[in-house]
Design a protein around this ligand. Structure first.
Ligand code: AMP
Ligand code: MG
Length: 421
Protein backbone atom coordinates (compact mmCIF):
# COMPACT_ATOMS: atom_id res chain seq x y z
CA UNK A 1 0.00 0.00 0.00
CA UNK A 2 1.41 3.38 -0.96
CA UNK A 3 0.63 5.01 2.40
CA UNK A 4 2.48 2.25 4.21
CA UNK A 5 5.38 2.59 1.76
CA UNK A 6 5.57 6.21 2.67
CA UNK A 7 5.56 5.84 6.40
CA UNK A 8 8.28 3.20 6.22
CA UNK A 9 10.69 5.49 4.35
CA UNK A 10 13.41 7.21 6.28
CA UNK A 11 12.82 10.77 5.15
CA UNK A 12 13.58 12.99 8.10
CA UNK A 13 11.02 15.25 9.72
CA UNK A 14 11.68 18.97 9.84
CA UNK A 15 11.71 20.28 13.36
CA UNK A 16 12.73 23.83 14.19
CA UNK A 17 14.74 24.17 10.96
CA UNK A 18 16.62 20.91 11.45
CA UNK A 19 15.96 17.57 9.86
CA UNK A 20 15.38 14.97 12.54
CA UNK A 21 15.98 11.29 11.82
CA UNK A 22 14.09 9.34 14.44
CA UNK A 23 16.04 6.10 14.60
CA UNK A 24 18.84 4.09 13.07
CA UNK A 25 17.81 2.61 9.75
CA UNK A 26 18.59 -1.07 9.10
CA UNK A 27 21.02 -1.64 6.26
CA UNK A 28 18.68 -3.81 4.22
CA UNK A 29 16.29 -0.88 4.02
CA UNK A 30 18.91 1.85 3.70
CA UNK A 31 20.85 0.37 0.80
CA UNK A 32 17.87 -0.17 -1.54
CA UNK A 33 16.66 3.36 -0.74
CA UNK A 34 20.04 4.76 -1.70
CA UNK A 35 20.43 2.67 -4.84
CA UNK A 36 16.94 3.60 -6.01
CA UNK A 37 18.14 7.21 -6.24
CA UNK A 38 21.38 6.42 -8.07
CA UNK A 39 21.05 6.78 -11.86
CA UNK A 40 22.45 4.47 -14.51
CA UNK A 41 24.72 6.71 -16.61
CA UNK A 42 24.46 7.20 -20.38
CA UNK A 43 26.23 4.81 -22.67
CA UNK A 44 29.17 5.58 -24.91
CA UNK A 45 30.77 3.88 -27.88
CA UNK A 46 34.44 3.09 -27.45
CA UNK A 47 37.28 0.88 -28.65
CA UNK A 48 37.13 -2.55 -27.01
CA UNK A 49 40.65 -2.23 -25.59
CA UNK A 50 39.43 0.63 -23.43
CA UNK A 51 36.25 -1.12 -22.28
CA UNK A 52 37.63 -3.68 -19.82
CA UNK A 53 35.36 -3.83 -16.74
CA UNK A 54 32.61 -1.74 -18.32
CA UNK A 55 29.11 -3.07 -18.88
CA UNK A 56 27.59 -3.65 -22.32
CA UNK A 57 24.73 -1.33 -23.18
CA UNK A 58 23.78 -3.45 -26.22
CA UNK A 59 23.25 -7.09 -27.14
CA UNK A 60 26.23 -8.03 -29.25
CA UNK A 61 25.17 -10.13 -32.23
CA UNK A 62 27.88 -11.64 -34.39
CA UNK A 63 27.79 -11.05 -38.14
CA UNK A 64 30.60 -13.55 -38.60
CA UNK A 65 31.24 -17.23 -37.97
CA UNK A 66 34.19 -18.04 -35.72
CA UNK A 67 36.16 -19.70 -37.09
CA UNK A 68 35.12 -18.31 -40.47
CA UNK A 69 36.00 -21.54 -42.30
CA UNK A 70 36.64 -25.14 -41.30
CA UNK A 71 40.33 -25.49 -40.45
CA UNK A 72 42.83 -27.91 -39.05
CA UNK A 73 43.36 -28.32 -35.29
CA UNK A 74 46.72 -30.07 -35.84
CA UNK A 75 49.84 -30.12 -37.98
CA UNK A 76 49.39 -33.17 -40.21
CA UNK A 77 47.68 -34.31 -43.41
CA UNK A 78 44.26 -33.39 -44.77
CA UNK A 79 42.71 -36.58 -46.12
CA UNK A 80 39.50 -38.35 -47.02
CA UNK A 81 38.64 -40.38 -43.92
CA UNK A 82 37.68 -43.28 -46.19
CA UNK A 83 41.29 -43.45 -47.44
CA UNK A 84 42.68 -44.27 -43.96
CA UNK A 85 44.64 -46.29 -43.06
CA UNK A 86 46.68 -46.24 -46.25
CA UNK A 87 49.48 -44.84 -48.30
CA UNK A 88 48.60 -41.49 -49.91
CA UNK A 89 50.31 -39.23 -52.43
CA UNK A 90 51.10 -35.74 -51.00
CA UNK A 91 49.98 -33.26 -53.66
CA UNK A 92 50.34 -29.86 -51.93
CA UNK A 93 51.18 -27.90 -48.78
CA UNK A 94 48.59 -25.80 -46.96
CA UNK A 95 49.99 -23.27 -44.45
CA UNK A 96 47.91 -21.12 -42.07
CA UNK A 97 46.70 -18.00 -43.86
CA UNK A 98 47.15 -19.50 -47.33
CA UNK A 99 44.71 -21.32 -49.58
CA UNK A 100 45.77 -23.93 -52.14
CA UNK A 101 43.70 -24.39 -55.29
CA UNK A 102 44.32 -28.14 -55.14
CA UNK A 103 41.61 -30.49 -53.86
CA UNK A 104 42.10 -33.81 -52.05
CA UNK A 105 41.16 -36.56 -54.53
CA UNK A 106 40.91 -40.28 -53.65
CA UNK A 107 44.38 -41.61 -52.83
CA UNK A 108 45.89 -38.18 -52.14
CA UNK A 109 46.62 -35.97 -49.12
CA UNK A 110 47.58 -32.33 -48.55
CA UNK A 111 50.15 -31.48 -45.90
CA UNK A 112 48.41 -29.01 -43.56
CA UNK A 113 49.41 -26.72 -40.65
CA UNK A 114 47.36 -25.87 -37.54
CA UNK A 115 44.83 -23.17 -38.38
CA UNK A 116 45.06 -23.67 -42.15
CA UNK A 117 41.76 -23.93 -44.02
CA UNK A 118 40.56 -27.45 -44.89
CA UNK A 119 41.12 -28.05 -48.60
CA UNK A 120 38.23 -29.13 -50.82
CA UNK A 121 37.66 -32.88 -50.78
CA UNK A 122 39.22 -33.50 -47.34
CA UNK A 123 37.05 -34.40 -44.33
CA UNK A 124 39.68 -35.24 -41.69
CA UNK A 125 43.19 -34.43 -40.55
CA UNK A 126 45.72 -37.10 -39.56
CA UNK A 127 48.18 -35.67 -37.03
CA UNK A 128 51.80 -35.86 -38.21
CA UNK A 129 52.61 -38.07 -35.19
CA UNK A 130 50.30 -40.78 -36.60
CA UNK A 131 52.17 -40.88 -39.93
CA UNK A 132 55.67 -41.58 -41.18
CA UNK A 133 56.12 -37.84 -41.84
CA UNK A 134 55.39 -38.05 -45.55
CA UNK A 135 58.83 -36.93 -46.78
CA UNK A 136 59.43 -37.98 -50.37
CA UNK A 137 55.97 -37.45 -51.81
CA UNK A 138 54.04 -40.25 -50.08
CA UNK A 139 52.61 -40.44 -46.59
CA UNK A 140 51.91 -43.72 -44.79
CA UNK A 141 49.04 -43.58 -42.35
CA UNK A 142 48.74 -46.48 -39.92
CA UNK A 143 45.48 -45.58 -38.19
CA UNK A 144 41.86 -45.27 -39.22
CA UNK A 145 40.90 -41.59 -38.95
CA UNK A 146 37.17 -40.87 -38.46
CA UNK A 147 35.41 -38.11 -40.43
CA UNK A 148 35.91 -34.62 -38.91
CA UNK A 149 38.82 -35.81 -36.76
CA UNK A 150 41.03 -32.80 -35.88
CA UNK A 151 38.83 -30.44 -37.89
CA UNK A 152 37.50 -27.24 -36.35
CA UNK A 153 34.15 -26.57 -37.94
CA UNK A 154 33.15 -23.17 -39.27
CA UNK A 155 31.13 -21.35 -36.58
CA UNK A 156 31.93 -23.92 -33.87
CA UNK A 157 32.94 -21.12 -31.47
CA UNK A 158 30.50 -18.37 -32.55
CA UNK A 159 27.68 -18.67 -35.09
CA UNK A 160 26.82 -15.72 -37.30
CA UNK A 161 23.46 -14.25 -36.25
CA UNK A 162 23.71 -15.39 -32.64
CA UNK A 163 23.89 -13.11 -29.59
CA UNK A 164 27.35 -13.64 -28.15
CA UNK A 165 27.26 -11.21 -25.23
CA UNK A 166 24.01 -9.80 -23.85
CA UNK A 167 23.43 -6.24 -22.65
CA UNK A 168 24.38 -5.95 -18.97
CA UNK A 169 27.52 -8.08 -19.26
CA UNK A 170 30.61 -6.70 -17.49
CA UNK A 171 33.44 -7.13 -19.98
CA UNK A 172 36.32 -9.43 -19.03
CA UNK A 173 39.54 -10.03 -20.97
CA UNK A 174 38.04 -13.18 -22.48
CA UNK A 175 34.94 -11.32 -23.63
CA UNK A 176 36.99 -8.57 -25.21
CA UNK A 177 38.84 -11.34 -27.05
CA UNK A 178 35.50 -12.69 -28.30
CA UNK A 179 34.56 -9.20 -29.52
CA UNK A 180 37.87 -9.02 -31.39
CA UNK A 181 37.27 -12.50 -32.86
CA UNK A 182 33.95 -11.42 -34.39
CA UNK A 183 35.36 -8.19 -35.80
CA UNK A 184 33.73 -5.84 -33.28
CA UNK A 185 36.41 -3.22 -32.59
CA UNK A 186 34.01 -0.85 -30.83
CA UNK A 187 31.11 -1.46 -28.45
CA UNK A 188 28.51 0.50 -26.54
CA UNK A 189 29.08 0.45 -22.78
CA UNK A 190 27.76 2.52 -19.89
CA UNK A 191 30.27 5.23 -19.13
CA UNK A 192 32.33 5.28 -15.97
CA UNK A 193 31.26 7.83 -13.35
CA UNK A 194 33.56 10.62 -12.27
CA UNK A 195 33.62 10.18 -8.51
CA UNK A 196 34.90 13.11 -6.48
CA UNK A 197 36.31 12.58 -3.02
CA UNK A 198 36.71 15.19 -0.29
CA UNK A 199 38.42 14.53 3.03
CA UNK A 200 37.72 16.94 5.85
CA UNK A 201 39.21 17.92 9.17
CA UNK A 202 41.57 20.51 10.67
CA UNK A 203 43.75 17.71 12.02
CA UNK A 204 44.79 16.37 8.63
CA UNK A 205 48.22 16.81 7.06
CA UNK A 206 49.52 15.31 3.82
CA UNK A 207 51.96 12.40 3.55
CA UNK A 208 54.92 14.68 2.84
CA UNK A 209 54.13 17.34 5.41
CA UNK A 210 55.56 17.54 8.94
CA UNK A 211 53.27 16.27 11.70
CA UNK A 212 52.57 19.36 13.80
CA UNK A 213 51.01 19.22 17.26
CA UNK A 214 47.57 17.65 17.20
CA UNK A 215 47.86 16.58 13.59
CA UNK A 216 47.43 13.19 11.93
CA UNK A 217 48.05 12.16 8.38
CA UNK A 218 45.26 12.08 5.84
CA UNK A 219 44.93 8.44 4.83
CA UNK A 220 41.30 8.47 3.71
CA UNK A 221 42.10 10.30 0.48
CA UNK A 222 44.42 7.44 -0.43
CA UNK A 223 42.21 4.54 0.58
CA UNK A 224 39.05 6.02 -0.91
CA UNK A 225 40.55 7.20 -4.20
CA UNK A 226 41.99 3.70 -4.66
CA UNK A 227 38.65 2.11 -3.84
CA UNK A 228 36.92 4.41 -6.35
CA UNK A 229 39.38 3.29 -8.98
CA UNK A 230 38.96 -0.39 -8.07
CA UNK A 231 35.21 -0.05 -8.32
CA UNK A 232 35.57 1.27 -11.87
CA UNK A 233 35.00 4.96 -11.16
CA UNK A 234 37.19 7.81 -12.38
CA UNK A 235 38.59 9.29 -9.15
CA UNK A 236 38.75 13.03 -8.69
CA UNK A 237 40.73 14.18 -5.65
CA UNK A 238 39.34 17.33 -4.04
CA UNK A 239 41.89 17.29 -1.22
CA UNK A 240 41.03 18.29 2.32
CA UNK A 241 38.34 20.71 3.40
CA UNK A 242 39.13 22.47 6.67
CA UNK A 243 36.52 22.53 9.42
CA UNK A 244 35.08 25.91 8.45
CA UNK A 245 31.77 26.52 6.73
CA UNK A 246 33.55 28.54 4.06
CA UNK A 247 36.07 25.88 3.06
CA UNK A 248 33.52 23.08 3.21
CA UNK A 249 31.17 25.16 1.02
CA UNK A 250 33.90 25.67 -1.58
CA UNK A 251 34.78 21.97 -1.65
CA UNK A 252 31.17 20.83 -1.78
CA UNK A 253 30.41 23.19 -4.67
CA UNK A 254 33.26 21.52 -6.56
CA UNK A 255 32.23 18.00 -5.56
CA UNK A 256 28.69 18.48 -6.81
CA UNK A 257 30.08 18.82 -10.35
CA UNK A 258 30.99 15.12 -10.37
CA UNK A 259 28.65 12.21 -11.18
CA UNK A 260 28.94 10.98 -7.61
CA UNK A 261 30.41 12.82 -4.64
CA UNK A 262 31.92 11.04 -1.64
CA UNK A 263 32.96 12.86 1.53
CA UNK A 264 34.61 11.59 4.68
CA UNK A 265 34.27 12.91 8.23
CA UNK A 266 32.30 15.82 9.56
CA UNK A 267 28.92 14.05 9.55
CA UNK A 268 28.76 13.03 13.20
CA UNK A 269 27.35 15.26 15.92
CA UNK A 270 30.54 17.12 16.86
CA UNK A 271 30.66 20.91 17.05
CA UNK A 272 32.54 21.33 13.79
CA UNK A 273 30.74 18.66 11.80
CA UNK A 274 29.57 21.04 9.10
CA UNK A 275 29.44 18.69 6.11
CA UNK A 276 25.82 17.69 6.59
CA UNK A 277 24.82 21.29 7.26
CA UNK A 278 26.44 22.60 4.07
CA UNK A 279 25.01 19.75 1.99
CA UNK A 280 21.57 20.72 3.24
CA UNK A 281 22.05 24.15 1.69
CA UNK A 282 21.88 22.30 -1.64
CA UNK A 283 18.86 20.12 -1.00
CA UNK A 284 17.34 17.61 1.31
CA UNK A 285 19.29 14.96 3.14
CA UNK A 286 17.41 11.75 2.33
CA UNK A 287 18.90 9.46 4.90
CA UNK A 288 21.22 9.64 7.88
CA UNK A 289 22.36 7.21 10.55
CA UNK A 290 22.35 3.53 9.73
CA UNK A 291 22.31 0.62 12.15
CA UNK A 292 25.70 -0.80 11.27
CA UNK A 293 29.09 -0.92 12.90
CA UNK A 294 31.27 0.66 11.78
CA UNK A 295 29.41 3.37 9.92
CA UNK A 296 26.53 4.71 11.94
CA UNK A 297 26.82 8.33 10.71
CA UNK A 298 26.67 7.54 6.95
CA UNK A 299 24.48 10.13 5.20
CA UNK A 300 22.94 10.20 1.74
CA UNK A 301 21.16 12.72 -0.40
CA UNK A 302 20.87 14.06 -3.92
CA UNK A 303 22.04 17.65 -4.03
CA UNK A 304 21.74 19.82 -7.14
CA UNK A 305 21.13 16.55 -8.98
CA UNK A 306 24.32 14.87 -7.74
CA UNK A 307 24.12 11.88 -5.41
CA UNK A 308 26.32 12.35 -2.35
CA UNK A 309 27.38 9.64 0.06
CA UNK A 310 28.98 11.00 3.23
CA UNK A 311 31.16 8.50 4.97
CA UNK A 312 32.44 8.59 8.54
CA UNK A 313 35.94 9.92 9.16
CA UNK A 314 37.48 6.93 10.88
CA UNK A 315 39.81 5.24 8.41
CA UNK A 316 38.30 1.76 8.79
CA UNK A 317 34.71 3.02 8.84
CA UNK A 318 35.13 4.99 5.65
CA UNK A 319 36.64 2.00 3.82
CA UNK A 320 34.05 -0.47 5.10
CA UNK A 321 31.18 1.89 4.27
CA UNK A 322 32.65 2.45 0.83
CA UNK A 323 32.34 -1.29 0.17
CA UNK A 324 28.82 -1.43 1.56
CA UNK A 325 27.33 1.70 -0.03
CA UNK A 326 29.58 3.24 -2.66
CA UNK A 327 30.68 0.14 -4.52
CA UNK A 328 27.14 -0.95 -5.40
CA UNK A 329 26.30 2.66 -6.28
CA UNK A 330 29.21 2.91 -8.74
CA UNK A 331 28.26 -0.50 -10.16
CA UNK A 332 24.70 0.72 -10.76
CA UNK A 333 25.93 3.88 -12.47
CA UNK A 334 28.01 1.63 -14.72
CA UNK A 335 25.02 -0.51 -15.63
CA UNK A 336 25.09 -3.24 -12.97
CA UNK A 337 22.20 -2.52 -10.61
CA UNK A 338 22.53 -5.83 -8.75
CA UNK A 339 26.17 -5.75 -7.73
CA UNK A 340 27.05 -7.95 -4.80
CA UNK A 341 30.40 -8.84 -3.31
CA UNK A 342 31.19 -12.52 -3.41
CA UNK A 343 29.87 -14.03 -0.16
CA UNK A 344 31.05 -17.18 1.54
CA UNK A 345 29.98 -19.13 4.63
CA UNK A 346 32.96 -19.42 6.95
CA UNK A 347 33.66 -20.98 10.31
CA UNK A 348 34.92 -18.30 12.74
CA UNK A 349 37.84 -19.47 14.83
CA UNK A 350 37.60 -16.60 17.33
CA UNK A 351 34.83 -15.71 19.68
CA UNK A 352 33.13 -12.48 18.58
CA UNK A 353 31.50 -9.95 20.87
CA UNK A 354 28.71 -8.06 19.09
CA UNK A 355 26.85 -6.31 21.86
CA UNK A 356 25.24 -3.02 20.88
CA UNK A 357 22.42 -4.24 18.67
CA UNK A 358 23.93 -3.26 15.34
CA UNK A 359 24.86 -5.36 12.33
CA UNK A 360 28.67 -5.50 12.37
CA UNK A 361 31.25 -5.87 9.66
CA UNK A 362 34.42 -7.27 11.17
CA UNK A 363 37.81 -7.38 9.53
CA UNK A 364 38.89 -10.96 9.02
CA UNK A 365 41.32 -13.20 7.21
CA UNK A 366 39.53 -16.04 5.46
CA UNK A 367 41.55 -19.06 4.40
CA UNK A 368 40.97 -22.68 3.52
CA UNK A 369 41.90 -25.14 6.19
CA UNK A 370 41.21 -28.90 6.31
CA UNK A 371 38.74 -28.66 3.44
CA UNK A 372 36.66 -25.77 4.77
CA UNK A 373 36.74 -21.98 4.83
CA UNK A 374 37.69 -20.53 8.18
CA UNK A 375 38.04 -16.96 9.40
CA UNK A 376 40.20 -15.30 12.00
CA UNK A 377 39.72 -11.71 13.08
CA UNK A 378 42.61 -9.46 12.09
CA UNK A 379 43.01 -8.40 15.73
CA UNK A 380 41.64 -5.30 17.47
CA UNK A 381 38.55 -4.07 15.63
CA UNK A 382 38.73 -0.36 16.52
CA UNK A 383 37.60 1.86 13.64
CA UNK A 384 40.95 3.66 13.73
CA UNK A 385 43.02 0.47 13.27
CA UNK A 386 43.69 0.84 9.56
CA UNK A 387 46.20 -2.03 9.52
CA UNK A 388 43.17 -4.28 10.06
CA UNK A 389 41.99 -3.30 6.57
CA UNK A 390 45.46 -3.84 5.18
CA UNK A 391 45.44 -7.41 6.51
CA UNK A 392 41.81 -8.36 5.94
CA UNK A 393 40.57 -10.18 2.84
CA UNK A 394 36.99 -10.28 4.10
CA UNK A 395 34.40 -8.63 6.29
CA UNK A 396 32.39 -10.91 8.57
CA UNK A 397 28.75 -9.90 8.43
CA UNK A 398 27.42 -10.38 11.97
CA UNK A 399 23.64 -9.93 12.34
CA UNK A 400 22.39 -7.42 14.92
CA UNK A 401 20.58 -10.16 16.86
CA UNK A 402 23.80 -12.10 17.43
CA UNK A 403 25.19 -10.39 20.52
CA UNK A 404 27.89 -13.03 20.72
CA UNK A 405 29.32 -15.44 18.20
CA UNK A 406 30.95 -18.53 19.68
CA UNK A 407 34.20 -19.79 18.23
CA UNK A 408 33.33 -22.50 15.72
CA UNK A 409 30.08 -20.89 14.52
CA UNK A 410 29.38 -20.37 10.84
CA UNK A 411 28.80 -16.79 9.61
CA UNK A 412 28.67 -15.00 6.26
CA UNK A 413 31.83 -13.35 4.96
CA UNK A 414 31.93 -10.64 2.31
CA UNK A 415 35.08 -11.24 0.29
CA UNK A 416 37.23 -8.22 -0.55
CA UNK A 417 40.12 -10.06 -2.19
CA UNK A 418 41.06 -13.61 -3.15
CA UNK A 419 41.24 -16.31 -0.48
CA UNK A 420 44.47 -18.27 -0.05
CA UNK A 421 44.59 -22.07 0.15
P1 AMP B 1 35.03 12.77 12.37
O1 AMP B 1 34.06 11.99 11.51
O2 AMP B 1 35.35 14.09 11.81
O3 AMP B 1 34.55 12.80 13.77
O4 AMP B 1 36.36 11.91 12.37
C1 AMP B 1 36.44 10.67 12.99
C2 AMP B 1 37.88 10.22 13.14
O5 AMP B 1 38.45 9.98 11.87
C3 AMP B 1 38.78 11.25 13.80
O6 AMP B 1 39.65 10.55 14.68
C4 AMP B 1 39.53 11.86 12.66
O7 AMP B 1 40.77 12.37 13.03
C5 AMP B 1 39.68 10.68 11.73
N1 AMP B 1 39.82 11.10 10.34
C6 AMP B 1 38.98 11.94 9.71
N2 AMP B 1 39.37 12.14 8.43
C7 AMP B 1 40.48 11.40 8.25
C8 AMP B 1 41.35 11.19 7.14
N3 AMP B 1 41.13 11.79 5.96
N4 AMP B 1 42.40 10.36 7.30
C9 AMP B 1 42.61 9.74 8.48
N5 AMP B 1 41.83 9.90 9.56
C10 AMP B 1 40.77 10.72 9.46
MG1 MG C 1 36.32 15.88 12.28
Amino acid sequence: MPSHEHSSSHHGRHEGGRTVFPDLLPLDRALPQILEQIPVLEDEEKPIVDALGQVLAEDVVSTENVPPQANSAMDGFAVRSADTPGSLRVIADQAAGHVTDKAVEPGTAIRIMTGAVMPAGADAVVPVEDTDGGRGGTVNIGVQTPPMANVREAGEDVRAGGCVLPKGTALSAGMIGVLASIGRGRVRVYRRPVVAFMASGDELVGVDEPLGPGKIRNSNSYTLLCQIQQAGGIPRDLGVARDTLEDIRAHIAEGLKADLFITSAGVSVGDFDYVKQVLEEHGELRLWRIAIRPGKPVAFGVFDGTPVISLPGNPVSSMVCFEIFVRPAIAKMMGQPDFRHPMLDVRVLDEVDNRGGRRSFLRAIVSRQDGEYVARLTGPQGSGILTSMARANALLDIPAEMARVDAGSVVRAMLLSPVAG
